[in-house]
Design a protein around this ligand. Sequence first.
Ligand code: ADP
Length: 327
Amino acid sequence: MRKRVYSGIRATGRLHLGNYLGAVKGMLALQDEYDCIFSVVDLHTITVPYDPKTLQQSVREIILDYLAAGLDPKKCLLEIQSRVPQHMELAYYLSTIYPVSRLEDLPTYKEKKAQYPKYVNMGLLYYPVLMAADVLLYKGELVPVGIDQEPHLEVMREIARKFNGVYGETFPEPTRFKTTGEYVPSLSGVGKMSKSVEGSYITLTDDLETIRKRLAAAPTDSGTEGGSVPETGNVANLFKLMKLFVDDSTYKKFAQDYQDKKIRYSDMKDVLADAIFQELTPLQEKRKEFSQNPKLVDEILESSNQECHERAQEVVNEVREKMGFSS
Ligand code: ADP
């Protein structure tokens, strides 16, 4: 049997380079060989402030981004999480075997608490349990996500182990599928590139002018520091992006300029903007085709949804039986 793969992205805004390099590239690498389900996890979206009126539009945008990036409905299933309510049912069952104290200790929970101090809800604490249920619902073994998700993967494995121990062998222990872009830094200098931090990202639908503008706003130093390229900070972040988008000799040229204290960041940003735009152009063209054909997108979602439902119900039935709920 082919290995099962599951991954999802929240519907909180347009996909950015971090999502693309950390998650979508992994999905693309796996869809040819494995049994893959890729989701828009809209139930996770509502744990932070959001607008119900635009939620479904945001979901649709991510689906279009997925298709534009090359996820192929002939090779993988595309899921909208809330349309497979078994996620919530399984999450509840799993929540009964996991300690609250472990969830309170997770860095992602602490970060969100700090970001939205007036919005600390049960759903936020429950997030990793629902995420475990997302993957385990399909007995997923490989999860293509960025490195920021590693603590959640650990929770997932703990839950799988615990469930197997208490109720009998049922779930695999999922591992993260890593990409070279597993951590794309923020353009604003602090933390990772993120949809929810303005000024931190470049989206997959940005045109060249917007990419240039966003890079122009990224902080640098005087350019006269010299020495080897720093490992952390604003300049390090720009060089990390360079490494992901330009060829080796271009990278080395700017690294040498940095060392020789004659780097011109505006030149480097121009080169970087062009390279990013070049990579995004085919995606943007493909996206246009799909957005002009909503019927086709609806059909893809409908047939995927049916298949997901069937698979999900099978696993939920197995869990219900093992937990003593079947008549
Ligand atoms: P965001 O934080 O931008 O809202 P999500 O939490 O929805 O993104 O994450 C979606 C996927 O994209 C996850 O697999 C996550 O690991 C990956 N991802 C998000 N930001 C980055 C980043 N800066 N670098 C690498 N991967 C990332």
